[in-house]
Ligand binder design. Structure first.
Ligand code: ADP
Ligand code: ADP
Length: 226
């Protein structure tokens, strides 16, 4: 069982300059409704693992299962928040959030209302028509969160989403994310290299071995939630 099950996942990137091992036999299990943080040093394969769960990366071996079914590509059951927000610079806040919808081109009243609701949810009311370049780092990450939540995914995947925002803003974003998680009951997988951040947020922390060159073990620690 487990909402998300990653079993013996392996991945090597091949390019003109050679090969890089990114994951070696990594296994992780995330229960439904759990807030799980994956921590490990830079380069240990966290982003690759998350992208494999998102269906954005095809592993060489092993399996990713969601509800017992193999992941073969991106799906509406999973929303992803990227480290560098990955917003479209030529689209406004409204346009970027709209892009997360099942039917991004639809301008029916229901879709319009949903976009407005998402923008309010992340505290960006008044900024609907702003472009990413006009926003602070924290605000851009908020747009990324709203876009990922657009289809109300069962699983929210976040790749060091608040790594480049200041400490005070990060605290606020943590509180907002936890409030969203409590309300939606989503399964969250949150990747970070920051152990303090992981411990602050998670029900369960999965620690990844540093070196993708050898078989990587993972250790899971259950945390009491105050
Ligand atoms: P982390 O998120 O823990 O920093 P990554 O999954 O980003 O780890 O990277 C794991 C390893 O794979 C690193 O050595 C990284 O340089 C390499 N890597 C990641 N993406 C690519 C890519 N597209 N092409 C080549 N090497 C990559
Ligand atoms: P955050 O990233 O959470 O917005 P900041 O400290 O960067 O935190 O910004 C504090 C507040 O200043 C924001 O919540 C927002 O109300 C306002 N703000 C930030 N950037 C802009 C901007 N480009 N235009 C107008 N107001 C802004």
């Amino acid at each position: 069982d487990g909402k998300v099950v990653v079993r013996d996942l392996g991945k090597t990137y091949r390019s003109a300059s050679g090969t890089v091992r990114a994951l070696s036999d990594v296994s992780v299990r995330v229960a439904a409704g759990e807030f799980c943080c994956v921590v490990g040093p830079s380069g240990c394969g966290k982003t690759t693992l998350l992208r494999a769960i998102a269906g954005l990366e095809t592993p060489d071996c092993g399996a990713v299962l969601v509800d017992g079914e193999p992941v073969t590509g991106p799906g509406l059951d999973r929303g992803m928040v990227f480290q560098q927000h990955a917003l479209f610079p030529w689209r406004t806040v409204r346009g970027n959030v709209r892009f997360g919808l099942d039917r991004p081109a639809c301008d029916c009243p229901d879709c319009e209302a949903r976009v407005r609701e998402l923008i309010d949810l992340v505290g960006l009311e008044g900024f609907e028509d702003a472009y990413p370049r006009e926003l602070s780092g924290g605000m851009k990450q908020r747009v990324g969160v709203a876009r990922a939540l657009a289809v109300d995914p069962e699983i929210l995947l976040l790749d060091e989403p608040f790594g480049s925002v200041d400490a005070r803003t990060r605290d606020r974003l943590h509180a907002e994310l936890l409030a969203i998680w409590r309300r939606t009951g989503q399964t969250v997988v949150f990747v970070t290299h920051d152990v303090d951040e992981a411990v602050r947020l998670a029900d369960r922390v999965v620690v990844m071995d540093a070196d993708p060159g050898t078989v990587q073990s993972t250790v899971a620690v259950d945390l009491p939630r105050p």
